[in-house]
Design a protein around this ligand. Sequence first.
Ligand code: ADP
Ligand code: MG
Length: 331
Amino acid sequence: MSNITVCARFRPLSSRERSNHGDSVCVHGIDTETFVFKDEKEEDFSFSFDRVFYEKSEQVEVYEFLVLPIVQDAVNAINGTIITYGQTGAGKTYSMEGPSVLECDELKQGLLQRAANGLFECIKSTEGSVKHTIKLSMVEIYMEKVRDLFDLSKDNIQIKESRVQGILLSGVTEIAISGPADALQRLSSGIANRAVGETQMNMASSRSHCIYIFTIQQELAKEKRVKSGKLVLVDLAGSEKVEKTGAEGRVLEEAKTINKSLSALGNVINALTCGSPGKTNHIPYRDSKLTRILQDALGGNSRTALLCCCSPSSSNASESLSTLRFGTRAK
Ligand code: ADP
Ligand code: MG
């Protein structure tokens, strides 16, 4: 009954993890849904998810299982959200963008490029009867402030709610996308702005949430009506715990803010999955900017996919366990 699909993905060992003698792989796959995870104390934990992607998995497998169904729905005016969660270095951005959003090796292209292609494929199949328009916005949430990645002067975007249009980012830049190649250029320019901001503000991308919003409008010629669906992809800030000792000032503030918004996300997802049918329970969307922005693409009729990204290495076991537990709670 749940509209939430939760998957785990283990990236390959990094060269550092491979050359580190104390490191071992702590994931033992049972099948495509179940694995055993060994923590630092050699204790075994068994996990199951809707699907597990092991280190040899290809980007296309993740796309087809997790994202394609949501792309198809978005074209039919059903909102959907795809979220990558995990500690810094776990593979969130690689899953979203591949090595780079302009990556030419098709095999390595991430969920973003595939989703953009998928949207245009889907609307092609309805050509004639319906006229579609696809628009893209990109924002980043850093320290609870929403920044427009297509216009850095808009550095404190307000979130509004309208009865007709749902959640709105007030004044955010929306770019009409003419096709898959155009989408990649736009995505790439937004991502580049993210990097500019980073050096200016001296912040690492792993400290902010990056949100890609595709809005798909359809004009039904006969009915003189416009329907629209949203496809939202979210590359979350790293979920790692910051050492209590040592972190101070800005680093500590960042960590607290990230923690708060990630737990707000966890609470919203739990409230959505735990609610009893027919009963409306309170969903705490207003507890963070992140959950507020996602409000109309998370819950209700909309579909959600959560990809829990993990390192396979024993040296990251405790962070991976915490990521996997976040995923388990979301089911
Ligand atoms: P995050 O965004 O979670 O901080 P990244 O996506 O940047 O982590 O991944 C960290 C490193 O691991 C990058 O060098 C990336 O290329 C590599 N990596 C991550 N996932 C994979 C994968 N599935 N296959 C190959 N390399 C990967
Ligand atoms: Mg990243």
